[in-house]
Design a protein around this ligand. Structure first.
Ligand code: NAP
Length: 327
């Protein structure tokens, strides 16, 4: 059984006398900064001047400053920038200003596991990866609850790294729900694999292909949209609450039989080989290299995907339906 920690396992005192520098005030940065501040910890925000993040942090009552200044003046540096921008920001604005022992905190293991930056040997390296978006991390915290997280330590120079890691997870609310011990490598690989294979790659591709199949066969696109896309939420909620076996108990026997014969036809030996191929691409570091190269030339693959999806018939039907049906 994985090791799981809760509020009872942490001591917030471990973070006493430390100042927290949040670098990047986006999805995670904003939520983590506000939760840390509400936990009574001193927080400073590093953002680029005139960027959206800078204005948002000022509106939230912080006094945002340059990334260089936050780096020089904070004990704990929480790097919450998009993974592809971490190398350039780190080498230009962080690395030259590392003037004392620093603790680094990450919300995803990508930069450390794939060594996209050269971190100091004298720093503790902590991972606190919330299992959901920043706004959920924030709203649950405000309700007195928490979002589970994955926690890991890559480098423990102070001897306090684990205590600090768990205390940080507590300060942003995650140990209220439970945090699971992992490693930077495991978190990075599993997170990338699941977003590609299931959440953001596999599921949308299957929805799109199923929608196209129905429409090409002459069925109304509105019906295809509702059944292939909108109803995913109902099943996702059942899966979330009860797992695959529990979901099966809540569906009709027609759906149970249909899924028993069609599911294995779709996810056959070829699909399994493709999944293994995707996993190997991630494990070998080839995916990370490919992704950073894509970012360096202006992300053409991502732009093309967003544009084609935005212009697709499916997206048009979705926009029209959202004005007519109250889901
Ligand atoms: N999204 C999630 O829910 C989630 C969940 C778990 C873990 N994570 C991890 O959390 C980390 C942060 O992800 P995120 O989704 O929070 O990022 P995000 O919302 O895209 O945040 C981007 C932030 O980075 C700043 N930024 C981007 N490029 C910059 C540059 N060149 N110089 C200075 N600032 C720059 C942006 O500032 P401007 O406004 O100035 O552009 C903004 O504040 C990643 O490692 C991600 O994998 C994310």
């Amino acid at each position: 059984m994985a090791k799981i920690y809760y509020d009872a396992d942490i001591a917030l005192d471990t973070l006493k006398n430390l100042t927290f520098g949040i670098i990047g005030y986006g999805n995670q940065g904003r939520a983590q900064a506000l939760n840390l501040r509400d936990s009574g910890l001193p927080v400073r925000i590093g953002a680029r001047k005139n960027g959206e993040a800078f204005l948002r942090a000022a509106n939230d009552g912080f006094a945002p400053e340059s990334i260089e200044s936050v780096t020089a003046n904070c004990d704990v540096l929480v790097l919450l920038l998009p993974d592809e921008h971490v190398p350039s920001v780190y080498s230009a604005q962080i690395e030259p200003h590392l003037n004392a022992d620093k603790v680094f905190v990450f919300a995803h293991g990508f930069s450390v596991h794939h060594k996209t930056i050269r971190l100091p040997e004298y720093s503790d390296l902590l991972l606190v990866a919330p299992t959901g978006p920043g706004r959920q991390l924030r709203s649950l915290f405000q309700e007195g609850k928490g979002l589970p997280a994955l926690v890991a330590v890559e480098q423990d120079v102070s001897g306090l790294a684990w205590q600090r890691c768990l205390a940080y997870a507590g300060a942003i609310g995650c140990t209220r729900a439970g945090v699971v011990k992992t490693t930077f490598a495991e978190e990075t690989v599993t997170d990338l694999f699941c977003e590609q294979a299931v959440l953001c790659g596999g599921v949308p591709a299957l929805i799109q292909a199923s929608f196209n199949t129905l429409v090409q066969a002459g069925y109304q696109p509105e019906l295809a949209y509702i059944s292939c896309l909108k109803e995913v939420k109902l099943i996702a909620d059942l899966l979330f609450e009860h797992g695959i076996d529990g979901m099966r108990k809540s569906i009709s026997s027609t759906a149970q039989y249909g899924s028993a014969i069609t599911g294995p036809e779709l996810v056959d030996g070829r699909t399994k080989n493709n999944l293994e191929g995707a996993l190997k691409r991630i494990e070998s570091g080839a995916f990370a290299k490919q992704f950073l190269a894509e970012a360096a030339i202006g992300a053409p693959t991502i732009k093309a995907l967003l544009q084609s999806e935005n212009n697709s018939r499916m997206a048009r039907i979705g926009r029209e339906l959202s004005e007519k049906l109250m889901f």
